[in-house]
Design a binder for this molecule. Structure first.
Ligand code: BG6
Length: 495
């Protein structure tokens, strides 16, 4: 981030009493403030249904950021926060908000710049966007931008409908659809690793890469989100967005320039080249799972069907593994395997690029077996970094090889100051940089890809639950790779 750039803006958060605001948004705004990216010309308006006094709201804000550090400027920061009780369906609420925004504009000299952040139930997105325009809240001399949290629709038709509603009020370049994975430091680094290093790009294709594995495993279960999860499942919650975004960054062509449009257009091409999965072949390409009770880190945990707000006979998936093929010149024949799930062994997001075997083994490893293929590991979280795994020889071992790792750790020295995804994305939006947000075309293509899979799964009521909490998922996920002669690499240690 450029330290000297300071931004004047009013951020309006719909859903300001919710979890996201508390856990991510307030701390992110605070960090931007602390780092000097927000001048004193900023205000945040919290919108919520419940009645809350100004003092209570500011106290909540202080509480949510005070975990970060003790700071004498905290109350000064919290003074920029205003609470506004609101009924999203009522026109008068918008007219009152408009007056408040006008006053704040004057008070903080924010030049009419407004960001509307919808951190709430998606069924209201269309209605809110429409009112913001109709009641004139977006007609200012500054910018008006809309940030939208997922889920963006439930399938392609509902996403399209939602998009049309929003587009009546905001143009595509005013809409910032959040995929918080795109704000992660090492996800942003995928492009840099690929396009700033002469040694990788020549190998980055089907002549040298055998397969790519993307794992995002979680230890937590659905917690208090059973109701949401029952309608979503892992395919919609994680695959349609985060996993497909990572695959498109791994597979895209080098953009001709590092501009939003050029990068997005290359990612869109990848999504267009993904081989569609027909309903009759879903089982050949995708595996779902649901966790039963089990033990994680020595603690007993309940199965998904016992969670709050989950049906006793639920067939909602809490795990997905899949094989994605990209039918273009660079990737024809190279499987991209993805897997993600709740209640797995560890919390980790890791990409492993497995290079092809060398044409002939002159050397063998210490167990007299063929040497291990070269692997490039991109550690997304919790550790951030890269590891390149090579084969070498230890002295006195003659022709025996051992794998050695060349590693770089991005957050080992300074975990605290690595900016969080939300902080980076909010800052990008304030600066008008939409590169790390999802374009409508990406949303549409990803829904079209996953819809046949969810359609088949919704009509199939057998086969789950099928993996124990604390495991790496159902056996079928291993068979998926075994059919191709591969296996999931164990999740590597920190770089
Ligand atoms: C969210 C999903 O988008 O991503 C959650 O809704 C999931 O179910 C979360 O837990 C994972 O994000 P992260 O950053 O913890 O990997």
């Amino acid at each position: 981030m450029n330290k000297t750039e300071q931004l004047e803006t009013v951020v309006v958060i719909f859903g300001a009493t919710g979890d996201l605001a508390k856990r991510k948004l307030f701390p992110s705004i605070y960090n931007l403030y602390k780092k000097g990216h927000l001048s004193s010309n900023f205000a945040v308006v919290g919108i919520g249904r419940r009645e809350l006094s100004q003092e209570e709201f500011q106290a909540n804000v202080q509480k949510s950021v005070s975990k970060l550090e003790v700071d004498e400027h905290l109350s000064e920061f919290a003074n920029h926060f205003y609470y506004h009780p609101f009924d999203v369906t009522n026109r008068t609420s918008y007219l009152n908000l408009k007056d408040l925004l006008g006053e704040l504009d004057q008070k903080y000299q924010t030049k009419g710049n407004r960001i509307f952040y919808l951190a709430m139930a998606p069924e209201f997105f269309g209605e809110i966007a429409g009112h913001l325009k109709q009641e004139g809240l977006t007609s200012t001399e500054g910018f008006s931008r809309l940030i939208i949290e997922k889920p963006f629709g439930h399938d392609y038709p509902s996403a399209e409908q939602l998009n049309e509603q929003i587009r009546h009020a905001f143009s595509e370049d005013q809409i910032y659809r959040i995929d918080h994975y795109l704000g992660k430091e090492m996800v942003q680094n995928i492009e840099v690793i690929r396009f700033a290093n002469a040694i990788f790009e020549p190998l980055w294709n089907n002549r040298y890469i055998a397969n790519i594995q993307v794992t995002s495993s979680e230890v937590l279960g659905v917690e208090d989100r059973g109701g949401y999860y029952e309608n979503s499942g892992t395919l919609r919650d994680m695959v349609q967005n985060h996993m497909m975004q990572m695959v498109s960054l791994l597979a895209m062509e080098p953009p001709i320039k590092l501009t939003t449009d050029e990068i997005r257009s290359e990612k869109i091409k990848v999504l267009r080249a993904m081989r569609p999965i027909q309903e009759t072949e879903v089982d050949d390409f995708f595996v779902r799972g649901q966790y039963t009770s089990g033990t994680i880190n020595g603690e007993e945990v309940i199965g998904y069907r016992e969670e709050n707000n989950v049906r006793e006979t639920s067939t909602t998936e809490t795990y997905v593994a899949g094989k994605i093929l990209i039918d273009n010149f660079r990737w024809a024949g190279v499987p991209f395997y993805i897997r993600t799930g709740k209640r797995m062994t560890e919390k980790s997001t890791i990409i492993i690029v497995q290079f092809k075997d060398i044409p002939m083994n002159l050397y063998f490893n210490q167990n007299d077996q063929n040497i291990t293929p070269n692997l490039l590991v991109i550690h997304i979280q919790p550790n951030e970094g890269i590891t390149l795994s090579l084969n070498a020889r230890k002295s006195d071992q003659n022709f025996k090889t051992i794998p050695i790792n060349l590693s770089y750790c991005n957050n080992c020295d300074d975990v605290v100051n690595t900016p969080e995804a939300y902080e980076k994305l909010l800052y990008d939006c304030m600066r008008g940089d939409a590169t790390n947000f999802t374009h409508w075309d990406e949303v549409a293509l990803s829904w079209k890809f996953v819809d046949p899979i969810s359609h088949v799964w919704e009509n199939k009521t057998d086969t789950i639950p099928n993996y124990k909490a604390g495991s790496m998922g159902p056996d079928e996920a291993n068979l998926l790779l075994a059919k191709d002669g591969f296996y999931w690499w164990a999740l590597p240690e920190a770089p």
